[in-house]
Ligand binder design. Structure first.
Ligand SMILES: Nc1ncnc2c1ncn2[C@@H]1O[C@H](COP(=O)(O)OP(=O)(O)OP(=O)(O)O)[C@@H](O)[C@H]1O
Ligand SMILES: [Mg+2]
Length: 429
């Protein structure tokens, strides 16, 4: 919990992967505005007079960044914020405060609304962010109603103790909800009416969504482009012919890019299935529709290629080997590999996930050490030896020759790169 975040009433929301949100938020993600919606809201809050509550009702499809926008707004104004997850079980006392029975005496614990008023009065501003505000029962909205329209609340359970916003303070109450989404409660008219404005947050257009996903996850641009392209097409299909019932949200795109960028490429298939297909599809037909869209885009293959090669090697992919290398080291190494294939077998070079097997390199080290060393010297072009030195403190050369430790390090840390190196840059496989 950050120092600004004062209180969380946590109520798990159905169909929501709480842990995934944590994954994305662990890096202190900030909202990236699509147009000027963030600037607009900030300006509105700054422009209005003190002494009042300002109600903002953000609505839109799931995972469009409504909650993140609210938190980023509070942080940008150096404000503390109280965070409430709306739910039908939420009691008025959860919001205002309640009595706690202790050994021999009772104690009143002030709730987020009362504490927010106090914070605002002390510091000039405070935020109350209420997720899924439409899930709060009508009977429990009373204190929010009076806070929104009269800037005070009376605690019924504490002899109508009055808590009022003073003339130098602002209280920002942001409610977020998925208005327009099927199966969602409507907001009571009188309650909704007390909010000053109700901006809609939509899914971003393609380039903006790519920028968001790339920035938030720090993934490769190509990965963000591929994922957002698929997300937008699946989303389009969901809204046009309803052949898919759930929307591919920006949150989902972010979570997927985070997963595939952090995990070994051999788990791409699992991640596609678990993070995209199973989350979006309700039926077998929907699964098929999503799989068809992804297949049509060669999603898995393209992603595999993008993730298999690290940024350092893709830079060199277009550069051809020198004539000297072509006529000397490459044929020598090829010959050694052919012998390996004859004796050990072609299927003992790479494993099922495409990773180079240690057995292969060790065999070459034992039988064709000089050639292997010369061949591995070519990796200097990619500056791997500098990274090796930095991370291990060791030189890759000893007595003028490449060391086995360095080869092992490459095998362990640059396995996918070295496969591309062997297949495309200095082809021997
Ligand atoms: N404009 C954006 N800028 C940065 N990140 C974004 C943006 N839109 C979506 N995200 C990503 O999506 C995640 C989910 O956003 P958030 O929880 O704010 O959505 P929401 O609209 O509140 O969703 P819900 O309707 O389900 O409550 C964020 O943590 C972030 O990773
Ligand atoms: Mg939200």
């Amino acid at each position: 919990m950050t120092s600004l975040e004062k209180k969380i009433i946590n109520k798990p929301i159905e169909n929501r992967s709480i842990s995934m949100s944590t994954l994305a938020n662990s890096k202190e993600v900030e909202y990236i505005q699509q147009n000027d919606e963030f600037d607009y809201l900030k300006s509105l809050i700054k422009s209005l007079d003190n002494g009042k509550s300002i109600g903002i009702l953000l609505f839109g499809n799931p995972g469009t960044g409504k909650t993140l926008l609210s938190i980023t707004l509070a942080k940008s104004l150096n404000s503390t914020y109280y965070f409430i997850d709306g739910s039908p079980d939420l009691d008025r006392r959860d919001l205002e405060g309640n009595w706690e029975l202790r050994k021999g005496y009772t104690k009143f614990n002030y709730g987020p609304l009362t504490r927010a008023i106090k914070d605002a009065n002390e510091k000039g501003i405070c935020f109350i962010i209420i997720n899924e505000i439409n899930a709060i029962r009508e009977s429990e909205q009373i204190s929010l109603n009076s806070l929104l329209s009269e800037n005070h609340i009376n605690l019924i359970s504490k002899g109508f103790e009055r808590h009022e916003l003073n003339q130098n303070a602002k209280l920002i109450i942001i409610g977020t909800m998925n208005k327009g989404v099927v199966g969602i409660n409507k907001l009571q008219e009188a309650f909704g009416d007390r909010f000053l404005i109700s901006p809609e947050i939509t899914y971003p257009e393609k380039n903006k969504e790519i920028e968001i996903v790339k920035k938030v996850t720090d993934c490769k641009k190509g990965v963000a482009e591929l994922v957002v392209d698929a997300a937008q097409q699946i989303r389009k299909q969901a809204t046009e012919d309803f052949s898919i019932s759930k929307l591919f949200s920006t949150r989902l795109a972010v979570n997927f890019c985070l997963l595939v960028s952090k995990m070994p490429p051999k788990y791409i298939e699992h991640n596609i299935q678990n993070c995209i297909v199973n989350k979006l599809a309700e039926t077998i037909e929907e699964k098929k529709t999503i799989a068809m869209i992804l297949d049509g885009k060669m999603f898995k293959e393209k992603l595999g290629r993008l993730l298999g090669a690290s940024e350092d090697i893709t830079k060199f992919i277009e550069t051809a080997p020198s004539d000297e290398d072509k006529n000397n080291i490459i044929p020598k190494m090829k010959k050694a590999v052919e012998t390996y294939i004859e004796i050990v077998g072609r299927d003992k070079i790479q494993n099922a996930s495409g990773e180079l097997m240690w057995k292969f390199l060790q065999w070459l080290w034992n039988r064709h050490r000089t050639v292997l060393r010369e061949y591995f010297k070519l990796t200097e072009k990619m500056d791997y030896h500098r990274e090796y030195k930095q991370k291990t403190g060791k030189d890759h050369i000893y007595g003028g020759l490449i060391t086995l430790k360095y080869i092992k390090w490459i095998y362990q840390n640059k396995n996918y790169d070295i496969v591309i190196f062997m297949k495309r840059l200095y082809p021997i496989l």
